[in-house]
Design a protein around this ligand. Structure first.
Ligand SMILES: *[C@@H]1O[C@H](CO)[C@@H](O)[C@H](O)[C@H]1NC(C)=O
Length: 395
């Protein structure tokens, strides 16, 4: 078939061609012009909420349903879900690092399970941040602002003493030693994230950070595993804390235990965090809390809340640099039964510079892991995993 274009038609085509070329040149030569008219911006205007944001997170979508899913005990894929969410504390300027983490957990796990996300920030998230994340998330995402008092240094902290300590630690090159916002974050993660209004409606959380990596397919539901096995706290990496950041922490823990013996679980994991098991000295072992899957009822409960409030009143989040990792770990070791703490070997996880790469049984092959098992932090000199496993197997 021949297409005949008459003269007026040709003129229209030429004019259209000129306009398109000018647009093309302008998009390349002028950044702002390119941004203002790019396809994503245009579609953004037409969809005030991304159209594939599946709001019913409990119902797996057709496309998300796998042909066959292998669960640890040969169950088949189930539509049962836990009362659970991902939680990601991040800043607007961490958009692309956050995108990578979320993209990976979606690809390796959540495109099948569709658990929701809660993003938290001490300033409001930008529209671009929300739009970009919603674009890659297969479930519901909520974006929350942290209440002022949950984040910033309380008035009763002696700022002169706190800033002198920061300056001193910075001069000793202690990691984040001079940082106030890092301290705010550690205190927030220790005592507040699970009380945020957006978190209240969930029981379980999986903590994710910007720029972490998931190296293997996760072919089971870790939340349901926790629920079905009566677990409270799960980790993938465990290591020694810098003593300089928690110089008085253990003394306060001992005082708290003395005043509140009723909170210490008879079947606790003191033998993991204290080498002679007596609790006289802390061996600095803790679970690396940038990855955590845990039950928030434990943090919200009486034992942990009074523990946190006691520690907070000592001011050590600011006068020293107490991390949420030792605070959570010590609490889990003392106030839970040791059987309620779980190591997820199956979950290949990296937070630079350390990687947990699965090794037990066929976890590596089944998970189609892409991490280097030779690079596994599990056997590193500063890893506490050996200690954890030895403790668990002897007691
Ligand atoms: C989920 O857990 C929260 C916190 O325990 C609770 O308030 C809420 O009712 C639970 N939701 C469902 C659907 O069970």
């Amino acid at each position: 078939m021949r297409v005949v274009i008459n003269t007026p038609g040709r003129i229209v085509l030429v004019v259209l061609g000129v306009i398109l070329s000018l647009h093309f040149i302008a998009s390349f030569t002028h950044d702002a012009y390119g941004r203002a008219t790019s396809i994503s911006q245009l579609t953004n205007k037409f969809h005030s909420t991304p159209n594939h944001n599946d709001l019913d997170s409990s119902a797996p979508t057709e496309h998300g349903k796998p042909a066959k899913i292998y669960l640890p005990n040969n169950q088949i894929y189930s539509e049962r879900r836990a009362n659970a969410t991902f939680v990601i504390l991040c800043r607007n300027d961490q958009l692309w690092d956050t995108m990578r983490s979320v993209r990976e957990i979606e690809d390796k796990f959540n495109h099948i399970y569709h658990y929701p996300y809660v993003f938290l920030n001490e300033v409001p998230f930008t529209d671009e941040f929300k739009y970009r994340l919603n674009n890659i998330i297969s479930s519901k995402a909520e974006f929350g602002l942290i209440p002022h008092d949950h984040w910033f240094q309380p008035d009763w902290i002696d700022e002169e003493k706190a800033s002198a300590s920061r300056a001193q630690m910075q001069s000793e090159n202690i990691i984040y030693g001079g940082s106030l916002s890092y301290r705010n974050m550690c205190r927030f993660n220790s005592g507040f994230f699970f009380r945020h209004p957006l978190m209240q409606k969930y029981k379980w959380y999986w903590r994710i950070e910007p720029d972490v990596h998931f190296h293997c397919d996760i072919l089971f539901d870790p939340f349901l595993y926790m629920e079905d096995h009566n677990k409270i706290y799960a980790f993938t990496i465990s290591m020694y804390e810098y003593e300089r950041t928690i110089q008085t922490l253990w003394g306060h823990v001992k005082d708290f235990m003395k005043q509140n013996p009723q909170y210490v679980h008879p079947n606790n994991a003191m033998g993991f965090i204290s080498d002679d098991g007596s609790g006289d000295r802390y061996n600095l072992c803790h679970f690396w809390s940038n990855f955590e899957i845990a039950n928030m009822e434990f943090w919200r409960g009486e034992a942990y809340m009074s523990f946190f409030e006691y520690l907070d009143s000592q001011g050590g989040f600011y006068y020293e640099r107490w991390g949420d990792a030792p605070v959570h770990s010590i609490a889990a070791a003392l106030f839970a039964s040791k059987d309620q703490i779980h190591f997820f070997d199956e979950i290949g996880y990296e937070h630079a510079p350390y990687t947990h790469c699965p090794k037990e049984g066929d976890h590596f092959t089944r998970g189609r892991c892409s991490c280097n098992p030779g690079n596994n932090f599990d056997f590193d000199g500063i890893s506490c995993l050996n200690k954890f496993q030895a403790f668990m197997s002897r007691s």
